[in-house]
Design a protein. Structure first.
Length: 328
């Protein structure tokens, strides 16, 4: 029996991937509306190999945890900035006012998206105006961000190491504050050369803050269409196998703008109001992970891709440095 089983599993590892053979996808909290579709995409990914892959991820509560083991709240990238000591008191009160006005609009289930976009542009514009006219040092963000370098999902480091080893481009897409995002990733030692952050970055004029650099990235233009014309756009458009990860429904659209023939696997991390949100998440994401504070599912997908890649290229079995060593 043993020999039959092992020869069968060996055959499977060379052939078609069945979802039931991937433990991470069989966990109780891992939900799929259409498992056959997920299985089909996984097999496309495995056949296409790492050279066709890219990963697009949200930052706040997707790379960072939604819930920490010690129960301490995780600040968002804008939250990190808002806690910095040298901000004028009026900044905080006015920022709070904007939040209370525009946040309900952002999450309003009834307002059409086109209408929301106008409000979001207004919100980000006013927020940029508030973030102007006073001196500010990046070191303040770094200090605050250092508290959250341990608030990344479990095994985020392993995920990013695999992505680097397989030379898969990672786009971290955030409608938050890029200065905080980069600072957290740097201090967590995962800001590798294959990682690109597209977000809102602080801008200075005459030594004073002057809002955010263009283009403005808000909740509803957070997709690859805003990359149009950039060097990164060309790079990612040759990679039509895409893993998208996010914790908000809008994150599922982050790969909008890529060729229609692309294969996209959308992974949604659901934590708040699980029951009320479940249907929408199930209809929006291919895989919904309920209160999963790890990177185990994306890692499992990459492991399948890497296994097959190594079978095809045995000289790479010891890591991507092998050919370089051989060349020496
Ligand atoms: Mg988020």
């Amino acid at each position: 029996m043993d020999t039959v089983d092992s020869s069968r599993s060996q055959e499977d590892s060379l052939g078609y991937v069945h979802i039931q053979d991937v433990p991470a996808l069989n966990q109780e909290h891992c939900k799929m509306l259409d498992p056959q579709r997920v299985e089909r995409i996984i097999n496309e990914f495995v056949c296409g190999g790492p050279e066709r892959m890219q990963l697009v991820s949200d930052f706040d509560y997707t790379i960072t945890k939604q819930r920490t083991d010690d129960g301490l709240p995780v600040l968002s990238s804008f939250g990190i900035f808002n806690e910095c000591k040298s901000l004028p008191p009026v900044f905080k009160t006015e920022t709070d006012k904007l939040f209370h006005k525009y946040r309900p609009i952002e999450i309003d289930p009834h307002m059409p998206k086109a209408e929301k976009i106008q409000y979001m542009i207004e919100w980000w514009t006013k927020s940029g105006e508030l973030t102007s006219g006073f001196p500010f040092d990046q070191s303040e963000i770094d200090q605050m961000a250092s508290k959250f370098k341990h608030a990344l999902r479990d095994r985020t480091h392993e995920l990013f190491e695999t992505l680097l080893r397989l030379q898969i481009p990672v786009l971290v897409f955030s409608a938050g504050l890029g200065n905080s995002v980069v600072s957290v990733l740097r201090q967590a030692n995962i800001m590798y050369p294959n990682v690109k952050v597209i977000s809102n970055f602080l801008q200075y004029r005459d030594g004073l803050l002057a809002g955010f650099q263009e283009p403005m990235i808000h909740t509803f233009n957070k997709n690859e269409t805003v990359l149009s014309g950039s060097e990164y756009y060309d790079l990612v458009h040759t990679r039509d196998h895409i893993i998208v990860m996010g914790d908000s429904l809008g994150d599922a659209d982050m790969a909008a703008g890529v060729p229609a023939s692309s294969h996209i696997m959308k992974i949604g991390f659901l934590f708040d109001h699980v029951e009320a949100n479940m249907d929408k998440y199930m209809n929006t994401f291919d895989i919904v992970l309920v209160d999963d504070q790890t990177m185990d599912v994306p890692r499992a997908l990459l492991a399948l891709i890497e296994q097959r890649h190594q079978l095809r290229h045995p000289h790479l079995a010891n890591g991507s440095s092998a050919p370089a060593k051989a060349a020496l």
